[in-house]
Design a protein around this ligand. Structure first.
Ligand code: HEC
Ligand code: HEC
Ligand code: HEC
Ligand code: HEC
Ligand code: HEC
Ligand code: HEC
Length: 275
């Protein structure tokens, strides 16, 4: 004769078993049927399987913790990106020349997958642009400028071309990126002249202009020599990397005037007289 407990267990199994079978079937369909590329349909099946399994677990062990995927949900289909991309928080990817982690953006900044990705044209397409990265980051302190602007930081510190160059005088005096780049409204800007003359006197307005004119002229001269070198110089013998770094820096000398003048003058001489 069956005791009460066994009877109850049998009853429970009768209701839960179909849920389990159904979940297994849907899971197999996605896995074995290899329909993973129909993301919308796969997601629907996996979501059903997830809900079934949650119900089974809750019935058997009411205090069990069930992974909550709602953080990644959107209300639109496919909404459960994590059904297939579980663990994406740990993935390190490279974007806009920066090492990018998902974790702080999903867990801390509270962004949803679809803030940055879309399924419209192509599954997972990246839709966030550079301006949105800087839009957030230029108004927060947590991530240092160097993380995203390593060329500018290295030039300022004198370590862009080699380990033994001189840092900019202002770097040595601890003038920070923000000291030059932050305006009165607290925004990060490339309009820095106001700040030059906050620290120095009015004449320094023209100092910046002179720096940039000198560097632009040198860059232009080098570009001309590069195209029309009057001497028998094998351009492949020339190391262009520092020249390209100066262009990538974009400040036209402002981040380390002395050093950039020296580098470009050396290069110009090489192009005129041979390496
Ligand atoms: C049914 C499973 C499934 C779901 C649900 C799913 N994906 Fe994917 N996703 C894939 C597969 C499969 C790939 C291709 C993986 C590969 O090539 O290694 C992929 C690739 C991607 C990629 C990389 C694309 C590329 O060009 O490299 C991104 C980004 C992505 N998915 C984002 C998302 C987002 C955001 C969601 C939720 C809106 C989502 N996925 C939901 C299965 C899924
Ligand atoms: C702040 C923006 C942002 C958010 C939020 C975000 N991603 Fe990404 N994701 C990126 C960037 C940037 C890349 C790499 C650029 C690229 O696709 O080439 C990437 C790449 C991926 C890839 C490809 C990984 C690889 O190794 O190539 C997958 C898959 C992915 N994301 C899934 C997701 C999922 C799932 C979510 C939500 C949990 C999510 N992403 C949220 C920005 C974001
Ligand atoms: C909604 C605001 C927001 C947007 C948009 C955003 N981030 Fe972030 N990011 C954060 C927050 C918050 C952190 C965590 C900061 C901390 O450590 O407290 C972070 C951390 C980082 C870090 C340091 C941690 C790491 O991943 O190594 C980098 C680098 C970074 N973000 C790059 C980017 C890039 C590149 C983009 C654009 C594709 C971007 N962020 C878009 C808010 C944002
Ligand atoms: C998470 C990455 C990130 C961090 C951290 C970051 N930036 Fe940026 N910054 C960017 C991106 C991306 C752009 C390019 C935006 C664009 O193309 O419009 C940019 C652009 C700029 C520009 C050019 C602005 C313009 O209008 O053209 C300046 C100047 C700048 N950043 C300075 C800083 C300074 C100073 C800091 C530290 C206080 C800083 N950035 C921190 C990502 C970052
Ligand atoms: C002495 C003042 C000064 C300091 C300090 C300074 N910058 Fe600049 N920065 C400039 C000037 C000037 C420009 C060029 C602006 C222009 O011509 O539009 C510039 C341009 C930039 C740009 C835009 C580059 C481009 O491609 O257009 C970035 C990014 C930048 N600085 C980041 C930084 C970072 C990061 C630091 C700290 C490591 C820093 N700057 C320190 C003066 C400064
Ligand atoms: C936060 C204050 C601050 C800002 C902003 C600043 N400087 Fe300086 N600057 C200094 C300090 C400190 C020194 C080193 C001490 C000295 O020699 O005056 C210095 C040194 C210099 C020097 C070499 C020595 C001299 O006095 O001639 C020049 C040139 C110069 N800065 C130009 C500029 C220009 C151009 C800008 C704007 C693009 C600028 N500075 C922005 C503080 C600043």
């Amino acid at each position: 004769m069956l005791n009460k407990e066994t009877e109850q267990n049998q009853k429970m199994e009768a209701t839960l078993r179909p849920l389990l079978d159904d979940a297994k079937y849907n899971f197999q369909l996605v896995k074995v049927g290899n329909i993973v590329h129909n993301v919308e349909y796969s997601d629907e099946l996996l979501l059903k399987a997830y809900n079934n399994l949650s119900e089974v677990i809750r019935a058997i062990k009411p205090d069990a913790t069930i992974t909550d995927f709602s953080l990644y949900g959107s209300g639109t289909i496919p909404n459960e990106c994590n059904n297939c991309h579980y663990g994406i928080e740990e993935a390190k990817v490279r974007v806009f020349d920066v090492d990018f982690l998902h974790k702080p953006h999903v867990n801390k900044a509270g962004l949803f997958c679809f803030d940055c990705h879309s399924n419209k044209k192509q599954h997972g397409e990246l839709i966030i642009d550079k301006t949105r990265c800087s839009g957030c980051h230029h108004s927060m302190e947590e991530v240092p400028c160097e993380k995203c602007h390593s060329t500018q930081s290295d030039l300022y510190a004198g370590t862009l071309f080699s380990d033994s160059d001189a840092a900019d005088v202002m770097f040595d005096e601890e003038v920070s990126c923000r000291d030059c780049h932050q305006n009165d409204d607290g925004d990060i800007t490339r309009d820095v002249v106001e700040n030059c003359i906050n620290c120095h006197d009015e004449e320094y307005e023209s100092t910046l202009e002179e720096w940039q004119t000198t560097i632009s002229t040198l860059l232009h001269e080098i570009e001309t020599l590069r195209k029309t070198s009057a001497y028998e110089i094998n351009l492949e013998d020339i190391d262009w990397s520092n020249y390209l770094s100066v262009i990538r820096d974009g400040s036209k000398g402002a981040h380390n005037y002395e050093l950039v003048v020296k580098e470009l003058t050396d290069l110009k001489t090489k192009l005129q007289t041979g390496p």
